[in-house]
Design a protein around this ligand. Structure first.
Ligand code: NAD
Length: 342
């Protein structure tokens, strides 16, 4: 794995040579095109990422945005009256932008958006920019769906598609401190890193297309299990009469230590400011944990990987997501679902 840190001035590499700028300008009479960018999916993550992107690209560049939720694009335009255009549909984004970032909920959304962007396969001839597009998909989806979209982009000759799922949550998206795990051919890594560094702090290249998602899903599988195991271990110790903070302190200098025990402990009051200590609000939603776990199970089944703990864990998250006392909360709420002492 290669870790590539944010370049000091990544845009100069993206914007390339004056000759290329000049040739690009020939394709538009309506705007002063230095570089054109697209962002599709202005949700909890995407809105903040697009904010950072707009803030860091040169003022004269144009950012085309689209979301089916028109309230999101309207607010974004109001907040960025300069250098932003709202595209009527995703095809328009693909026609006008050279570098396109997507942050969408699920595989079906990613597939539908790319079908519309890539068909008909005339982007390079009829579009406003005649350069091969770079598509960077930051959505968490399954590697097989991602691979199908990458192949559609490649075989139609219209662009390169890479997977760049992220971690760091909404707070990281706001602060521009996300970590991206990318799956990309070596020759595209530098350009993709320069783009992603505008929205995050770390870019980890894990291998060819699909590798970013595989890494992300393996990590989130482990996280989902560690979260349940921490909730169970804390619950057992507390019901045996141990002091919650003393128990957590001991675990966190012992072999059971993990992110849920140390940073996101599921017992209220153990860690000040944690989601558990504020009614399980904020954090990594139980629905997202459930979604990522199911994606990991699907991808594992496709690769014939034997898992002992995945199915029961998925059933637990499913039940917690449908429980009125847990729905919409941070995933550490499984402690409450399991009847832990609060
Ligand atoms: P979200 O649901 O808040 O945002 C998704 C956005 O996509 C919405 O605004 C929605 O209207 C838009 N959208 C859906 N279909 C569309 C279409 N056809 N065309 C245009 N726009 C469309 O989701 P999010 O929390 O921002 O997450 C985005 C992705 O990032 C997901 O895959 C998620 O798993 C992943 N992720 C989320 C977090 C997190 O903490 N929220 C952390 C890491 C990764």
């Amino acid at each position: 794995m290669r870790t590539i840190s944010a370049a000091a001035s990544p845009l100069r590499r993206i914007c390339s040579t004056p000759a290329q700028h000049a040739s690009r300008r020939n394709f538009s009479s309506s705007y002063n095109l230095q570089a054109t960018w697209g962002f599709i999916g202005l949700g909890r993550m995407g809105y903040n990422m697009a904010n950072n992107l707009r803030a860091k690209i040169p003022a004269e560049d144009t950012l085309f945005v689209h979301d089916v939720n028109t309230a999101a694009t309207k607010t974004f335009l109001e907040e960025h009256p300069q250098g932003v255009r709202v595209a009527d549909n995703v095809r328009e984004v693909a026609e006008k932008a050279e570098t396109i970032i997507t942050s969408l909920p699920e595989p079906k959304h990613v597939k539908a958006v790319f079908k519309e962007m890539l068909e008909p396969a005339t982007l390079l001839t009829d579009g406003f920019v005649n350069k091969e597009r770079l598509f960077i998909d930051c959505s968490t989806i399954d590697p097989m769906s991602s691979g199908e979209v990458a192949e559609a982009a490649r075989s139609s000759g219209q662009g390169i598609f890479i997977d760049a799922p992220m971690s760091g949550g909404v707070v990281g998206a706001q602060a521009g401190t996300l970590t991206f795990m990318i799956g990309a051919a070596p020759e595209v890594v530098e350009r993709a890193t320069a783009v992603l560094s505008l929205m995050g702090r770390r870019v980890l290249h894990l291998g060819d297309q699909g590798a970013g998602l595989k890494g992300k899903l393996a990590n989130n599988y482990l996280l989902a299990l560690n979260n349940i195991a921490t909730a169970e271990a804390m619950s057992m110790g507390i019901k045996w009469g141990l002091d919650p903070k003393a128990l957590a302190g001991m675990i966190n200098i012992s072999t059971g230590k993990c992110w849920p025990s140390e940073v996101n402990n599921p017992v209220p009051g153990v860690i000040e400011g944690s989601p558990a200590s504020r009614g399980y609000e904020g954090g990594f939603g139980v629905a997202l944990a459930n979604k990522d776990l199911k994606l990991a199970l699907k991808a594992a089944a496709e690769a014939d990987v034997k898992l002992a703990l995945g199915e029961p864990a998925a059933a637990l998250y499913e039940a917690a997501e449908n429980d009125a006392n847990c729905k919409g909360k941070d995933f550490s709420v499984v402690y409450r679902y399991l009847g832990g002492k609060e």
